[in-house]
Design a protein around this ligand. Structure first.
Ligand code: 16G
Ligand code: ZN
Length: 545
């Protein structure tokens, strides 16, 4: 501990004065501005590990951001995101002067009653994505961990969800799985192959998926996975980083926002495509029809597919289970109608950001959560997991009931319950499509998305926008919401909301309507109101887009 300031001064000084905040997905900015932040997060991870008496994770990634950016997030003992109360410690520690480092560490320790001299040397799991800045930044994390008396277990390159998985395995004595990369592939592939074996004959379903890996870490990891899956799934990997820049004109975020195919893929009718993001915690699917029109199947469609599968298995097994689904305001209105009315699964809406969805999903026995952008997973409570396990071997149940319960048991092992995982989600989607014998066009027909548009407006200060009701209504600046309501009321099936971004210095606008033209028009009109009432800067929003 006494070395903290000395090492900071010598190797990882805070050179600028720029304020940085631990936001929805940790710290994220230019890689060149993060050295001191990394060092300090190494220290904070040790404090957190001492408090919890557990292994803590540190993931170095900037997800779907450009290659020159980087970022860091801490992973809590069960593989969840860092508890919100600690985000403010992270922000405070990242921004103090070097001379105040030790006093800030002591302040956090005293508030949380952490014994800095306990003599224990907690283990911190660290991994990073493929960015050139990741390795040097991981060395700064290592120095922070060691200066604070912890020891580093460096996994090198992993996807974000793989690191979350490792942390959970470690802290559950490997009950959740083995905390190695091989353990991860073994667990997922075993479950996948078993589910494939019990699936009936298929006619429409095809077991090939073409993957755009965003030139990121998902490419390398999906290649490893392939060797475990044998011929149960044929994964064709493109944008694998050998010939393109990370996230540049490709990846899940690009495809979702642009609503078009990534560079590096030529779409053919009859094939099924998926895009990961740079750290492989998001996935979206898509295809082109015979007429050449592009169709996107985003997080909402994945959530609907997964919920329908789980709902069927639960009801076939005769169990009473509280199954629910969590979305954000970005969920397409058609998906919410389909899930609540057709599937009869309750839906709740929470603010943007994985931690909000995850926390709410924990309140269900089985909680499915997905953001429209393709980040999501399913959580099973311990009690329901136990109930399903015992149903699978309950002689008082019918064969059919037992069979459905054991299928659910295997599905639980296919799902990465720590956080959204593009690889695990892809395997789950492929199992559901196989089980229901669907091709991608038929899956797409579950419901028809309302046309929608997302825009962003640069403003002087995005915090002038304040929202309520899971970000669906703006309470500040005065008059903005009334204007939005008025514009929405003029458009059939209109819906729109505005919110300050948690990751970029902009205000985001979402609009949906009966036609693309109306959705575009509504989005631009709302964006103009934001521009006028919230201090817009630069070009005014305008049509055509
Ligand atoms: C981050 C969040 C994601 C959210 C997005 C919103 C995590 C791991 N990621 O990427 O869930 O959808 O931010 O970005 O929490 P925005 O606030 O800029 O719209
Ligand atoms: Zn990501």
């Amino acid at each position: 501990m006494e070395r903290i300031e000395e090492v900071a001064n010598r190797l990882h000084p805070r050179t600028g004065t720029k304020f940085i905040q631990y936001g929805t997905a940790g710290f994220r900015t230019k890689g060149s501005e993060l050295d001191h932040v990394m060092y300090r997060m190494g220290i904070l991870a040790v404090l957190r590990a001492k408090l919890k008496g557990a292994t803590i994770g540190v993931m170095i990634t900037a997800s779907h951001n450009p290659e020159e950016d980087n970022g860091i997030k801490l992973v809590d003992p069960m593989g969840e995101m860092l508890e919100s109360a600690w985000e403010k410690y992270a922000t405070e520690l990242a921004n103090v002067n070097d001379s105040e480092l030790m006093i800030t560490v002591k302040k956090i320790a005293s508030k949380e009653q952490i014994d800095l001299n306990s003599g224990t040397s907690p283990v911190i799991f660290c991994a990073y994505d493929t960015r050139p800045s990741s390795i040097p930044l991981s060395e700064a994390v290592r120095d922070g961990i060691e200066a604070a008396g912890g020891s580093l277990c460096n996994f090198g390159k992993l996807t974000t969800p793989q690191l979350h998985y490792m942390v959970r395995c470690k802290n559950t004595d490997n009950c959740y799985g083995t905390s190695t990369e091989e353990g991860y592939y073994q667990k997922l592939s075993l479950a996948f192959i078993k589910l494939r074996q019990i699936q009936g004959q298929t006619q429409k379903y095809q077991n090939t998926v073409v993957v755009d890996a965003a030139n990121g870490i998902g490419a390398e990891k999906a290649k490893f996975l392939k060797t475990y899956l044998k011929d149960s799934l044929n994964i064709e990997i493109h944008n694998d980083g050998t010939n393109g820049r990370l996230n540049y004109l490709c990846g899940a975020d690009y495809v979702k926002v642009q609503q078009k195919a990534p560079n590096g893929l030529t779409l053919k009718a009859g094939s099924k495509y998926a895009s990961f993001d740079g750290d492989a915690d998001r996935i979206v699917y898509y295809y082109v029809d015979n007429g050449g029109t592009f169709h996107l199947l985003d997080g909402d469609k994945i959530a609907s597919l997964v919920a329908s599968y789980l709902q069927t298995l639960v009801s076939e097994s005769g169990l009473t289970v509280n199954l629910g689904l969590v979305q954000t305001a970005y969920a397409n209105g058609s998906s919410t109608d389909f899930i609540t009315q057709t599937l009869q699964v309750p839906v709740v809406c929470v603010p943007t950001g994985v931690k909000h969805l995850h926390a709410r999903a924990l309140q269900f026995d089985i909680g499915v959560y997905f953001e429209a952008n393709g980040h999501g997973t399913v959580l099973f409570s311990d009690a329901v997991t136990e109930k399903i396990r015992s149903a699978a071997s309950d002689v008082n149940l019918t064969d059919k009931q037992r069979k459905s319960a054991s299928e659910l048991c295997i599905a639980i092992n296919l799902i990465n319950q720590t956080v959204g995982d593009a690889i695990s989600d892809m395997l789950l989607v492929e199992i559901v499509l196989g089980t229901q014998d669907l091709d991608i066009e038929n899956w797409d027909k579950m419901y028809t998305d309302l046309p929608n548009r997302q825009l962003k407006v640069k403003v002087q200060d995005r915090t002038v926008i304040e929202t309520t009701d899971a970000e669906r209504r703006a309470v500040k600046p005065a008059g903005l919401q009334e204007n939005v309501d008025n514009l929405v009321s003029k458009v059939p099936n209109g819906r729109s909301f505005v919110r300050p971004s948690g990751t970029e210095d902009v205000v985001r606008i979402y609009a949906e309507a009966d036609t693309q033209q109306n959705a575009d028009k509504l989005a631009v009109e709302v964006a103009l109101k934001v521009y006028d009432l919230a201090g817009g800067v630069g070009d005014k929003p305008h049509l055509p887009l």
